[in-house]
Design a protein around this ligand. Structure first.
Ligand code: HEM
Length: 155
């Protein structure tokens, strides 16, 4: 029997979904609940407020992103690194982002699913922080964090 790439991908998605309990509906709930928190957070909201006028398309993109990352569906076709490079963020923003994400994942998802999301979020956050530091001419060592000086840490 010939198995196409699309069929193989569907098998992988089904296998992850069965193992973790993650579904597209769970991703929708997680993404919406998470950005509800972000939008009223003192550290993160200012970064988003000036850049996202219409939240619906952003939330749809984020659902596609998490579907690709968590369920390997290939629904997302974007360039997150490019979008984050110009943002005025550092370790403090990433720590806050991860705190809120982990809290939301634990509220919305069963433990296996929450662990699956959180592990991926941590890795992607670390790689975005590394990229942002690099863009500012700072080469982070392993385990090192990116901290801007106070003057550069505004919105
Ligand atoms: C320091 C914490 C973070 C802040 C302040 C932040 C902020 C933003 C903002 C303002 C945008 C919109 C950019 C634009 O459309 O011009 C964006 C997009 C996005 N962010 Fe973040 N972000 C953070 C961390 C993360 C992390 C950890 C992930 C993934 C685990 C992530 C995934 C994405 C994705 C996938 C997009 C959409 C890119 C697209 O439109 O294709 N972000 N983020």
């Amino acid at each position: 029997m010939i198995v196409t790439g699309a069929e193989r991908r569907e098998q992988i998605t089904a296998e992850i979904s069965e193992r973790t309990g993650i579904t597209e509906a769970m991703i929708e709930r997680l993404v919406h609940a998470f950005y509800d928190k972000v939008r009223s957070d003192a550290v993160l909201a200012p970064v988003f407020d000036t850049r996202i006028a219409d939240w619906e398309p952003h939330l749809a993109q984020m659902c596609a992103f998490w579907s690709s990352v968590a369920l390997m569906t290939g629904r997302y076709h974007g360039t997150p690194m490019v979008k984050h490079l110009p943002l005025p963020v550092d370790a403090a923003h990433f720590d806050r982002w991860l705190d809120l994400f982990e809290a939301t994942a634990r509220e919305i998802c069963p433990p296996e699913a929450a662990a699956h999301f959180v592990e991926r979020a941590r890795r992607i956050a670390a790689s975005l922080e590394l990229g942002i530091a690099n863009g500012q001419g700072v080469l982070l060592g392993i385990g090192e964090r990116f901290r801007r000086n106070q003057a550069g840490a505004g919105q």
